[in-house]
Ligand binder design. Sequence first.
Ligand code: NOJ
Length: 551
Amino acid sequence: MKWWQKTIAYELYPKSFLDTEGQGTGTIRGITQKLDYLESLGIGAVWLTPVCRSPMVDNGYDIADYTDIDPSYGTMEDMKELIAKAKEKNIRIVMDLVFNHTSDQNPWFLESKMSKNNPKSSWYIWRDAKEDGSAPTNWRSIFGGSAWTWCEERQQYYLHTFASQQPDLNWADEDVRKALYQAANFWVDLGAGGFRIDAITYIRKPDEFKDGVPDADDGMISVHDMTANTPGILEYLYEFKREVSEGHDIFTVAEANGVSADELKYWVGEHGAFDMLFEFSHVNLEFKGVETWCRPDPWTISDLKRALRNSQNATKANGWYPAFFENHDKPRCIDHYFPECSDPSSAAKAMGTLLMTLRGTPFLYQGQELGYRNVAWPSIDCYNDISSIGQYQFALSEGLTEEEAMKCVHTFSRDSARTPMQWDDTENAGFSSGTPWLPIHDDYKEVNVEKESRDPDSVLSWYRTLAEIRQEHSALISGDWTEFMKDDPDIIAYKRKNDEEELYILINLSEKQRTFSTESVTAEHVILNNKDTYEKGSLSPLQCVILAEKL
Ligand code: NOJ
């Protein structure tokens, strides 16, 4: 097995991790300072969300220079130091490649927009206006509003899948691809342990740009439905593999929603383009298609089980699963999966157990290990996240009241995942001596690293124990995954088995006391239990256990 299949990955949101400068935003030196902390969680790979030079319209997902560090984070020297110090602890630093688009302040775009015949004129997606002067198509960007913005200098529109400050690159231009591979290789040479590749499904545009049937009252259709996973995309992905990842001891994980099980073999695994692929069916249970916060569908635990079953089975044959329940774009998992939860600590532990015992590499998200919760700030003006603002406005345009629109924001805002790390119970939770860029969650006196480290029953201690158990029980890493009690509406149950041992994992994802037939559960030794006792054939609300045949 490869190193990255055996380890635990940590997604780190640098802006909110630790500020060493009193500026209110995190720094790279802050990460270096806390490597011991990451080590204590058994982490072997740290994925940093983008730290390259950026105007931060989308918190770094709008890159102005792919081979420079944003000054708010520090310097290239700081980055080299982080990579080196992390390596001493067997931790590899994983970079975020944002290759579908750049910032509108990137010199490439500044040049491209100047005229129709400059050397970079075809580096972005430019189109003439329709005869009436309106946008070339009726596509809505992911963050809301038209996906096209008019450029005075060039007298043309440019396409942006996300915000207008994030113009899409034209991957059909060979020079663009070369420039991007060069940037990626800069980081390989610097010692990066891998890449998370942003929004990759959008890089190939259709040959013809056509209006789509509107999906809302604004007369537009989501750009996602018109451009995601366009045939021909694989050629680019294989080229990326040849030019960047192949032959290096690194891993690649692509953000690629909507790749079907049949196509998976082309995307991941030995013959696929990447090592792993983040797909979102289990975190988007309420969104069958495009993620529209004001139109959530109801879902059940059986839906969650089905989504996990499908991806576990799909990755049995192809590639490797990157397990996650939180990231910087999603609500906190306690609130997401258990909105009315009366026992958040058990819920956090149950989800942690699921994360760490599925077959695959767990991706733990900053703060999840402390049991972080969503925020619910009173007005949209309190929010920083560009997508929250877009979704709020869209909800109003669909006829929701302000109060209803705010409820959507409280449920789904990306800011809930971005509030600063809570290191201790001092001012600003030990995150910064300045004014934090986003308010600290008001639970920080209870939920913080220092306090939870002292409490053997805390969520943090639970995660540390889970990390140890993964080391002690190789079946959790290399074992098969076989589900049982498939039809149970509340309990997810599976075995992990390799040549050495067989473990049973039982997790009651409901807040009900549950009994079950013990016929299929032959193991009796309790390795881990988030409640005081375990009675054979019964699980209390949100109880999870790991059982072994022998100790
Ligand atoms: C996906 C990233 O995870 C998200 O944070 C970002 O806003 C978009 N891609 C655009 O880069």
